[in-house]
Design a protein around this ligand. Sequence first.
Ligand SMILES: NC(=O)c1ccc[n+]([C@@H]2O[C@H](COP(=O)([O-])OP(=O)(O)OC[C@H]3O[C@@H](n4cnc5c(N)ncnc54)[C@H](OP(=O)(O)O)[C@@H]3O)[C@@H](O)[C@H]2O)c1
Length: 305
Amino acid sequence: MSKAVRFDEYGGTGVLYVEDVSLPDPAEGEVLVKVKAAGINPGEAKVREGLLQDRWPATFPSGQGSDLAGIVVQVGDGVEGFAPGDEVVGFTDRRASHAEYVLADAGELALKPSGVPWEVAGALFVAGTTAYAAVRAVSLTPGDTVVVSAAAGGVGSLAVQLARQAGAEVIGIAGPANHAWLASHGVKPVAYGAGLTDRLRKAADRIDAFIDTHGDGYVKLALDLGVDPSRIDTVIDFAAVQEYGVKAEGSASASSVEVVAELASLVAEGKLEVPVAAVFPLDEVRAAFDELEKGHTRGKIVLLP
Ligand SMILES: NC(=O)c1ccc[n+]([C@@H]2O[C@H](COP(=O)([O-])OP(=O)(O)OC[C@H]3O[C@@H](n4cnc5c(N)ncnc54)[C@H](OP(=O)(O)O)[C@@H]3O)[C@@H](O)[C@H]2O)c1
C-alpha cells in the first residue's frame, strides 16, 4: 500500500485528500520508487480546478504530481542501470508523484548526484525543464540583455541563473522581498507595478530578449520595449502566443531525464541554486497548495512523503 494524494472532483484545495492505494509490482521497464521529495506546481492546481479541462482533463479519482526524487525499491524485467537502494531523480507522466511510492518508467529516472539534497532533487523536473526550454528558446549570447518576469518564482529563479550562465545580463521582475536574492545571483532586480515600463527602459540601454513566466500582459510589454517576437518566450500566456506569434516553449519542449540530470549536475557542482521556500508532509498537501496558490513563492514548495 502507498499513501497517495487524490481528488474526485474539480475544485479548490479542499477537494484534495490522502488515502492508501495499492500498487502492483513494477511491470517490464518500470521501477518502483519510494518518494523522498516531490515538488508541487501551479499547473497541478489549474488541472485540479478544471481550468485545463480542454487540454488536460482529469479522470477521477485523480492522482497528481510529476516531479520526484527517491530510492529505488524494486525494478521490473528488462530494467538496466537501476537496482534497489539507488537514489534517483526524475519524473512520472502519470499524475502520481504526490505519494509515498510511485511506479515510473526507467527512462524517466536518472541517478541522483549524492550532493543534491532530496527536496532540491524532487523539485527539479517541471520548473527546471521549463526554465531550460525558455532560456534555450530566446537564443541568448554573451552581451545580450534578457528580462525575466516572476524572476524569483519556481521557473523564474532557475531561468535567471541559466540565462546568466549563457552570458546574458539579466533583469528580473519581482517584488521587493526578492530583490536581494536576485542581486546575489547577479540579476538586476526591478519591481513590478505602475511605472514598470519606464523602470525597464532605465535599467538597460537595449533589451534583446524576454522570458515571461507570469502572463498578464508581459508579452505585450516586451513588444512595447522593442523585443523581437522571435526572442520572446512565454510559458503561460497562450493567447499572446496566438496574437503576437511569440514562442511558447515550456516543460514539454525539454521534458527529458537528460535535462533533469544536467540540472542536477549543475546543482551538485554549486552552479545552480534551487531555492526551497517550504516543505510539507504529504498529509498537509492542502496547506502546501494553499501556500503555492498565493502566488508569491520564492523558488519551490516541496512535499516530503
Ligand atoms: N508551459 C509550461 O510548461 C509551464 C511549466 C511550469 C509552469 N508554467 C506556468 O508558469 C507560471 C509560473 O510558474 P512557477 O512555478 O514559476 O510559479 P510560482 O513559483 O508560483 O511563481 C511565483 C512568483 O510569481 C511572482 N509574481 C507574482 N505576481 C507577479 C507580478 N505581478 N509580476 C511579476 N511576478 C509576479 C512572485 O514574485 P513576488 O513574490 O516577488 O511577488 C513569485 O516569485 C505558472 O502560471 C505556471 O502554470 C508553465
